[in-house]
Ligand binder design. Structure first.
Ligand SMILES: C[S@@+](CC[C@H](N)C(=O)[O-])C[C@H]1O[C@@H](n2cnc3c(N)ncnc32)[C@H](O)[C@@H]1O
Length: 241
């Protein structure tokens, strides 16, 4: 049984985030990139959440379906304009199958790391590939492990420090696991939410893709197709079936 970390208050407050990932400057290039790859074919978002990306993509004329573990996240999606165009299946993105073949399957916002074992991450690639038609693409957007910033023996790194939110990542390099600890201030008290991840390098993702019958086609530092370098904090990778 998989734990749902995006239930209750987390789902209710997800779209109230001040994170730049919710800004039009990020979402417009994201949707532009994906609409180009879809090339008029239907798209499937793994871990569709509240439709942050699916809704702008659907508004550009792409037929979007989704798979999502958290019913509470999908409830948030359902009350938004345009949600009636999006079919969502509640289930696990490593194993849940939906009807049809897709020209594009995508998994964004570091969510590959929500799968906590290498086996589950491989299963996710295999499930994505099973939904793709030949020539279709699987796109993953995820952060780079920031181990260059961890001196030997140190395990914590601060990733956010504002009036209302403190965020710390806690690394275990032996297991490739990390916990993201969030402390969110609601005006009276801090609410803590700690979420486990398995970080993964691009080269390991390429091997997972190969196991699933996919080949790397493009890798960029972001949705604007800026070059991916050793300094890039994240990447957008595209594998083709
Ligand atoms: C960071 S949110 C991203 C949501 C959405 N894709 C976005 O970009 O805003 C991570 C999402 O992954 C979902 N999730 C986590 N593990 C999952 C799994 N094994 N199968 C399906 N969805 C999963 C969570 O419920 C949550 O909605």
């Amino acid at each position: 049984m998989r734990h749902n970390y995006f239930d209750g208050v987390v789902a209710e407050q997800y779209d109230r985030s001040e994170d730049r990932m919710f800004a039009p400057e990020v979402l417009d290039p994201t949707a532009d990139f994906l609409v180009g790859l879809a090339g008029g074919r239907p798209a499937l978002e793994l871990a569709i959440g509240t439709g942050r990306v699916a809704l702008p993509l659907s508004a550009r004329g792409v037929r979007v379906s989704g798979i999502e573990l958290s019913a509470a996240m999908v409830e948030q999606l359902r009350v938004k304009p345009g949600a009636e165009c999006i079919d969502v299946t509640i289930g696990d993105m490593t194993s849940t199958r939906v009807a049809g073949r897709f020209g594009l399957v995508y998994l964004v916002f570091n969510t590959i790391m929500n799968l906590l074992t290498q086996d589950d991450q491989v299963r996710c690639f295999e499930n994505a590939a099973a939904h793709l038609e030949p020539g279709g693409c699987f796109v993953v957007e995820t952060g780079m492990p920031i181990l260059q910033r961890l001196p030997p023996g140190e395990v914590f790194r601060t990733f956010d420090h504002t009036e209302t939110h403190l965020g710390f990542d806690e690394y275990d390099v032996a297991t490739q696991r990390l916990f993201s600890h969030h402390y969110t201030f609601d005006g009276t008290t801090y609410r803590r939410n700690s979420v486990p991840f398995r970080y993964v390098w691009p080269a390991e993702l390429d091997l997972m893709a190969r196991i699933a019958g996919l080949r790397l086609r493009e890798r960029w530092a972001g949705w604007d197709r800026s070059p991916f370098t050793s300094e890039s904090p994240s990447h957008v990778s595209v594998w083709e079936k």
